[in-house]
Design a protein around this ligand. Structure first.
Ligand code: FES
Length: 121
């Protein structure tokens, strides 16, 4: 679906960790783009009911990119540019614990209602 532009390969890279594992990513990427690059949409985040959530707007509107950056939880990954040594942690397990009532009421069964599963992402 997405393909890196040739000019992107000339961009200097930085090393970040995602859930403790080191990854080289172009220094111009947002945290959300870097995580999508290495984990894919299905691996970005989960909502309270356990279904997948991934960044949607990539411009600070939807809040579907919440992620922990350097121990600060619930940062909008699409608005933060990667930096050398940055520690990123996906909020896979915390989503259920920190889900708001709005999340649960409006999104918990959304995938189920639409009949989606992992193969759809
Ligand atoms: S992807 Fe929508 S706010 Fe970050």
């Amino acid at each position: 679906m997405f393909k890196r532009h040739e000019r992107a390969t000339a961009t200097p890279e930085v090393t970040i960790t995602i859930d403790g594992a080191p990854y080289q990513v172009p220094s111009t990427l947002s945290v959300a783009a870097a995580v999508l690059m290495h984990q894919g949409a299905a691996g970005y985040r989960r909502h309270a009911a356990g279904g997948h959530r991934a960044p949607l707007c990539m411009m600070g509107v939807c809040h579907d990119c919440l992620i922990t950056i350097d121990d600060a939880p619930n940062r909008q990954g699409c608005l933060v540019t990667v930096e050398q040594g940055m520690r990123v942690r996906r909020q896979l397990d915390e989503a259920a614990a920190t889900a708001t009532r709005w999340d649960t009421a409006n999104h918990a069964s959304g995938d189920e209602q639409r009949g989606r599963d992992d193969a759809d992402l």
